[in-house]
Design a protein around this ligand. Sequence first.
Ligand SMILES: NC(=O)c1ccc[n+]([C@@H]2O[C@H](COP(=O)([O-])OP(=O)(O)OC[C@H]3O[C@@H](n4cnc5c(N)ncnc54)[C@H](O)[C@@H]3O)[C@@H](O)[C@H]2O)c1
Length: 412
Amino acid sequence: MAKTDRAKEIRTQATGPIGVALIGTKFMGRAHSTAWGKCAQFFDLRRPPVMQAVAGRNPDETCAFASKWGWRTSTTNWKDLLKDDAVELVDVSTPNHLHAEMSIACLEAGKHVACEKPLAGTLADAKKMVLAARSAAKKGVRTFVWYNYRRCPAVALAHRLVRDGRLGRIFHVRASYLQDWGGPDTPLLWRFQGDLAGSGAHGDLNAHIIDMARFITGDEVVEVTGAIEETFIKERAVVANAGGEISGKGAKSSGRKAGKSTVDDAVLFLARFKQGAVASFEATRLATGNQNRNNIEINGEKGSIKFDFERMNELEWWDHTLDPKLRGWSRIMCTDGAHPYAGHYWPAAHLIGYEHSFISQAADICAMVAGGSPVVPMPDFEDALKTQCVLEAAIRSARERRPVPIRELDKF
Ligand SMILES: NC(=O)c1ccc[n+]([C@@H]2O[C@H](COP(=O)([O-])OP(=O)(O)OC[C@H]3O[C@@H](n4cnc5c(N)ncnc54)[C@H](O)[C@@H]3O)[C@@H](O)[C@H]2O)c1
């Protein structure tokens, strides 16, 4: 047996818990800690996770985080995780510019990696990550990306409806991800610094709806035909400490007044899918009155679906095959045991929330590491690169004012 096949076989035959380590202790650090801590309670896992180690920056804060959220040990040097034999998988939940360095080092050390989205701040970094994932895969090492909205039961159901032909030929994808926390009072967090974030609302929010559109339709974007990029708030207050919240609430002033925002506040673009559908995407942090309105509508020959994360337990469905006098929008409460993931949680109409998509993703990751299959397809680095190419195409299209085919970007 070839050496690489043997290494793969050893990996898939491993037994016992999966030692997980987390890098990053704030927003996603909390969401992912919940997920690793709860997934084996809601799902029967052959190899449940053990929350082995967490890496942060500040020693006291990281230590307090570890004891509050259930991590066995903590460190302020993430590279300690590379040498730790008890760590089998590393969860990278840090700002975007760190995804490549951290993920590649972990893959080279033989650790599976579950990285936050977008895959990277830049397309060049994303490609380096894919090359590292390809060589790690030869040794049975796997990659995962936290496009968690795929695992909302309503989104997973939409994916299955399309897969089962219930929408027929798809004509339109209409997606927007609208938030409103990015007004002038929000300080210059890493999310507004191009060298750290890569982009603004675009990589943060469009990334999610591009992934959802690809996941639900099972199709790929082949061209971005036009785009607008806008930065409304050009300068923001410089802060010494970012506070604990996404909007920087609680941030401490640095004494320096203002710095330049180097990312978009909003990006809108039009695109074509391979099988002929046309699509519009919009992401903004300044859609006053929309707090987390991750919203997608898909219109097909035989039916349509609508999803809005602010009503995440519901999927709206129009069945165009019905007798015309019976047609109308149905509001499906996706909490029945027959709906994807829902049976792992509570009885019908006992609603689930934000953290459950992460819990379901952690469960699917553990199942895959143990050689099993996810409930619905899981994005790996290779898959997330496709979303990254669409992000890049939209930015090029906005800046160069021209259509950008994906084939211009996806070569190595
Ligand atoms: N899946 C989702 O829905 C979703 C939602 C929000 C954010 N994200 C993504 O998650 C990632 C993190 O975002 P966030 O909102 O948690 O940011 P955050 O600012 O709340 O937290 C970032 C964490 O990274 C830590 N960190 C930074 N540099 C580090 C280093 N060198 N070593 C160790 N730790 C370091 C910080 O101390 C902090 O704990 C980003 O890629 C973001 O795009 C995804």
